[in-house]
Write a protein that binds this ligand. Structure first.
Ligand code: G4P
Ligand code: NA
Ligand code: NA
Length: 194
């Protein structure tokens, strides 16, 4: 998606440890027009798949997920990282280990929002090692829900997440694919293909 790539070039900052800081439009301050355009792309890709729910994890996945749900006209569920006061029995849960932050988080969603009749589109802001998406996949499996695909705003193709999703035979659509960071600059997969 050209618009997103341009925005990453303009406002993204490459930090130590292969991390791209995008707090100007996605991870802290959020650009609603860009989110709308991203939602449109995801909705276009997955329209016709009978999606009944969009699923993400708080907090940064919520904006793109919401704008996708808006355009598919289906509810958006965000897995929580902190337990609500609901009884644990009423929750699907998965453990998500972050290689970046070196912490494990338990993510959970209420059983009442996901079930065997659901066809799910998983959306997230970043795909790095794929642990957040893996946790969301586990939650869908517990619910016996069908996963129709994964939509990612920014994918770092050199980390393990891409393979992890493809190995499971799940469709993956990423709006911006980063092949590498070189001398503090972003190299997109698109650049290499030209
Ligand atoms: P993974 O889910 O793909 O395994 O990612 P990882 O554990 O490596 O990353 C942990 C957190 O850092 C995730 O956010 C993920 O979205 C984010 N992240 C990974 N790579 C980058 C990057 O290059 N740039 C930015 N800005 N974020 C990155 P999170 O902990 O779930 O936080 P949030 O959703 O509340 O923001
Ligand atoms: Na995220
Ligand atoms: Na994040």
């Amino acid at each position: 998606m050209k618009l997103l790539e341009e925005r990453i070039r303009r406002d993204g900052q490459v930090l130590e440890g292969n991390v791209l800081k995008v707090d100007n439009f996605l991870n802290h301050q959020v650009d609603p027009d860009l989110m709308f355009a991203m939602g449109e792309e995801f909705a276009q890709s997955f329209r016709g798949n009978g999606i009944t729910k969009v699923l993400t994890v708080e907090s940064s996945g919520i904006a793109p997920a919401l704008l996708t749900g808006l355009q598919l006209h289906v509810p958006v569920i965000f897995a929580r990282k902190h337990k609500s006061l609901t009884l644990v029995n009423d929750l699907y849960t998965a453990t998500v280990y972050s290689y970046t932050k070196k912490v494990s988080n338990e993510i959970s969603i209420s059983k009442k929002f996901l079930g065997a009749d659901d066809k799910v589109l998983i959306i997230d802001d970043f795909l790095a090692n794929g642990q957040a998406v893996a946790g969301l996949i586990q939650v869908c499996e517990q619910a016996h829900a069908e996963i129709k695909g994964v939509g990612i705003a920014i994918e770092k193709t050199f980390q393990r997440g891409h393979e992890l999703i493809k190995e499971k035979g799940i469709r993956l659509e990423s709006l911006a694919q980063i092949a590498a960071f070189e001398n503090g600059q972003v190299v997109f997969v698109d650049d290499k293909e030209q």
